[in-house]
Write a protein that binds this ligand. Structure first.
Ligand code: SAM
Ligand code: DTB
Ligand code: SF4
Length: 327
């Protein structure tokens, strides 16, 4: 029996773009059951509560990145054992995209470890985006900072989404990255938005930031003139050789709270339970879905780190009665 479908739901609450920090913190500070109930209620007003989107990631250019993001195995500043490789051939990208489609993915995300692409690199991406789109997949790329003309070029190629994360709060940001500013990121996001490309923007939790930092990150996202259409919430994956290889892990309940608050603040967006699922129990992931996460990365690899096997995800979806969003 379907308890409630989108069409039966109450009138949708209007989207709020002027969240006060105190109100965001009130959500974070509320009892867990109250928060999850509210998040699930909002979720049902905007989405099918039993459907989750699968996106697949492919690292098309790996390692050697000049930025110093302390969490990232692809930065040249840290000695990690990432397999560095130049930009992949289009044929190899298409083999991976076809395989992702066969496994139920509707969105194919390609990541390149660039600070910002050159004009030539943007031109190299054009046929790749066109060909992946021709397979009937939504296209997403994450290539670093973009100028307005580069964003327009990618829009003309038919790019559906651009991923560029704010990563954390403006206050905590300088603890994590020194080679580009928060404003640089906001500028790229403006260029992407102005070009008419859907925005995929979220962050990482578990880097030692405070609850207030998590609240401020979500307020930055939700107070944009338009909410990002996709909001990836990554749990830090600790990678040996990075400055974040050790440290105190974030309590999983705080991660679930972050997902719930993101859902309440950006009700119409895809909220993606992104990196970190390999270290999460099935129960924790299920609570994330209850809290309003409705997208995951499928496939046994993220960019350079492991992701749960397809069979494990399928078994969990079967157990929960979740079906895969088919576009
Ligand atoms: N270089 C581009 C950029 O930074 O925009 C694109 C690739 S970058 C790897 C994409 C995002 O992956 C980062 O913004 C970060 O949020 C996430 N990420 C990278 N390493 C991570 C890690 N170890 N744990 C969790 N998320 C991570
Ligand atoms: C996002 O927010 N998470 C993805 C995607 N956007 C590009 C990347 C996660 C990377 C995790 C570390 C790795 O595998 O290298
Ligand atoms: Fe480079 Fe992106 Fe990794 Fe930062 S997160 S080091 S920009 S690949």
């Amino acid at each position: 029996m379907t308890l409630q479908t989108v069409s039966e739901s109450d009138t949708k609450s209007p989207l709020n773009h002027s969240w006060a920090l105190a109100d965001v913190l009130d959500l974070f500070n509320s009892p867990f059951n109250d928060l999850l109930f509210k998040a699930q209620t909002v979720h049902r007003q905007f989405h099918d509560a039993n459907e989750v989107q699968i996106a697949t990631l492919l690292s098309i250019k790996t390692g050697g990145c000049p930025e110093d993001c302390k969490y990232c195995p692809q930065s040249v500043h840290y000695d990690t054992d990432v397999d560095t490789h130049a930009l992949m051939d289009i044929d190899d990208v298409l083999i991976a995209a076809k395989a992702a489609k066969e496994q139920g993915a509707t969105r194919f995300c390609m990541g390149a470890a660039w600070r910002s692409p050159t004009e030539r690199q943007v031109e190299q991406m054009v046929p790749v985006i066109e060909a992946v789109g021709d397979l009937g997949l939504e296209t997403c790329v994450t290539l670093g900072m973009l100028s307005d003309s580069q964003a327009s070029r990618l829009a003309d190629a038919g790019l559906d989404y651009y991923n560029h994360n704010l990563d954390t709060s403006p206050d905590f940001y300088s603890e994590i990255i020194s080679t580009r500013t928060y404003q640089d990121r906001l500028d790229t996001l403006d260029n992407v938005r102005d070009a008419g490309i859907n925005v995929c923007c979220g962050g990482i939790v578990g880097m030692g930031e405070s609850r207030a930092d998590r609240a401020k990150l979500l307020a930055e996202l939700a107070n944009m003139p338009k909410h990002p259409e996709s909001v990836p919430i990554n749990m830090l994956v600790r990678v040996a050789g990075t400055p974040m290889e050790s440290g105190e892990d974030l309590d999983i309940f705080e991660f679930i709270r972050t997902v719930a608050v993101a859902r309440i603040m950006m009700p119409a967006s895809w909220v993606r339970l992104s990196a970190g699922r390999t270290e999460m129990t099935r129960e924790a992931q299920s609570l994330c879905f209850f809290a309003g996460a409705n997208s995951i990365f499928g496939g046994d690899r993220l960019l350079t780190t492991p992701n749960p096997e397809e069979d494990a995800d399928k078994a969990l979806f079967d157990t929960l009665g979740i079906s895969t969003y088919s576009g």
